[in-house]
Design a protein around this ligand. Sequence first.
Ligand SMILES: [Fe+2]
Ligand SMILES: [Fe+2]
Length: 193
Amino acid sequence: MLHLKLPTDPRWASIAEEREAAILSDHAWCEQKAASTAISLIVKYYDRPEIVQEMTALAAEELSHFERVVSYIRKRGHSLEPERKDPYVNKLQGFIQKGGKPEGILVDRLLMAALIEARSCERFRLLSETLEDADLCTFYRELMASEAGHYTLFITLARNILPREQVDARWQEWLDFEAEILEDFSSGTGIHV
Ligand SMILES: [Fe+2]
Ligand SMILES: [Fe+2]
């Protein structure tokens, strides 16, 4: 359903398992960034009621995910570690079109968000299927379902801005680009890298 072009190397999950505390902290910051992105979209596109309405709900939900991950970190006996740079997200940002019509830029922003949700969802699924700890598996399975819904939301919003064929063609370009950059990241030190 996610249509990602490159499946995550299963070795990423085993490295991630060994670095539980680091992965959970990185995950918490991903949720915070998802909430911040939703808020930025509200500020920038205040004159688009659908974006304002959907992003307000999303920001609240992502912040509640942040809270859940932070309490889970405590439950597992770890502490929240400082935020680290996410080179995966930085590379994706470079693919957003520069100049051109504002609708094209907005669609790119929405597609980038859809892609991050899709990849997070894919990785949560991998973790929920491969980790030995049943409690952690349940935790990731629940979050996976929410992120899958967010992926669909961003694609739907993009298709409401520009014609569907145009959005879908651009989505294929995003998928190709993401597959290309993902090959450089498999360290297992973060949700996306
Ligand atoms: Fe989330
Ligand atoms: Fe999300």
